[in-house]
Ligand binder design. Structure first.
Ligand code: BGC
Length: 268
């Protein structure tokens, strides 16, 4: 098995300075890709991850951009284009939560979540698709002209009370990804999503940082452990590689069985 299946490829991971994005950036670097580590805050964390990828022999760049802002996204892709001449792999990972009961949810909470999780994915995918189409196939590098991978969530299909903005953004991502996959297939651009379950990152700290919270969370995970960023990183590296060349328009759930309706193991 080829241990560096992404050799010669250029990747951009949004929100890559912590959590799942960090795990994905590291996994793509380990698989041989040059990686843009996008961030919006905590530049030191992004620089450290880029430095560590470089120390392992791959090229890396930390680039700041708020993915919900069109001009910032365009500037980031222009910088990547200048540095490396194009993009082969886009991972739309940047995402956040602003939780509230619907009756008190503010328009800011709604817009922030939809802006980053959904509009950000549109803006980055548009920029990547333009570049991939312009450059076309490079068969010596990959069987696809480009790969776009969205980091969705189990809440693409599991309703989530108290989180209508987040669940709506991930549900929307499902149809965005499939429609984009249909549209870009003739250009040989592969588009897929990975839907993580509960992964131990800052976004859900409240759900795992006390034994009580963790115990409650584990009741929702049949496989009996919380996920780690590397669980997602490894699947992204596979999905971006030619080993996954015939996977197109799919959401792959990486969730320890969270989508198996675990309550029904002992009920119904
Ligand atoms: C959310 C986490 C949550 C997980 C499982 C993710 O998409 O961001 O906060 O723990 O889904 O419910």
């Amino acid at each position: 098995m080829d241990h560096q299946p992404l050799r010669g490829q250029r990747a951009l991971v949004t929100g890559a300075n912590s959590g799942i994005g960090e795990g994905v950036a590291r996994a793509l670097g380990a698989a041989g890709a040059a990686v843009v580590v996008n961030f919006v805050s905590k530049p030191d964390a992004a620089a450290k991850i880029a430095d560590e990828i470089k120390a392992n022999g791959m090229d890396a760049l930390a680039i700041r951009a708020d993915v919900s802002k069109e001009a910032e996204v365009e500037a980031m892709f222009a910088e990547m284009e200048r540095a490396w001449g194009g993009i082969d792999i886009l991972v739309n990972n940047a995402g956040l939560q602003r939780d509230a009961p619907v009756t008190t949810m503010t328009i800011e909470q709604w817009n922030t979540v939809l802006g980053v999780n959904l509009t950000g994915t549109f803006l980055c995918s548009r920029a990547a698709a333009r570049s991939m189409i312009q450059r076309g196939l490079r068969p010596e590098i990959s069987r696809a002209a480009g790969k776009i991978i969205c980091i969705s969530s189990v809440h693409e299909v599991i309703p989530w009370a108290g989180h209508v903005n987040y669940a709506a953004s991930k549900g929307g991502l499902g149809m965005f990804m499939k429609s984009l996959a249909q549209e870009l297939a003739p250009h040989r651009i592969r588009v897929n999503s990975i839907a993580p379950g509960a992964i131990m990152t800052p976004i859900n700290r409240d759900a795992w940082d006390t034994p009580e919270a963790l115990g409650k969370l584990l009741r929702l995970i049949p496989y009996g452990r919380i996920g780690l960023p590397e669980d997602i990183g490894k699947v992204v590296a596979f999905l971006a590689s030619d080993d996954a060349d015939y996977i197109h328009g799919q959401t792959i759930y990486v969730d320890g069985g969270m989508t198996l309706y675990p309550e029904f193991a002992h009920g119904g």
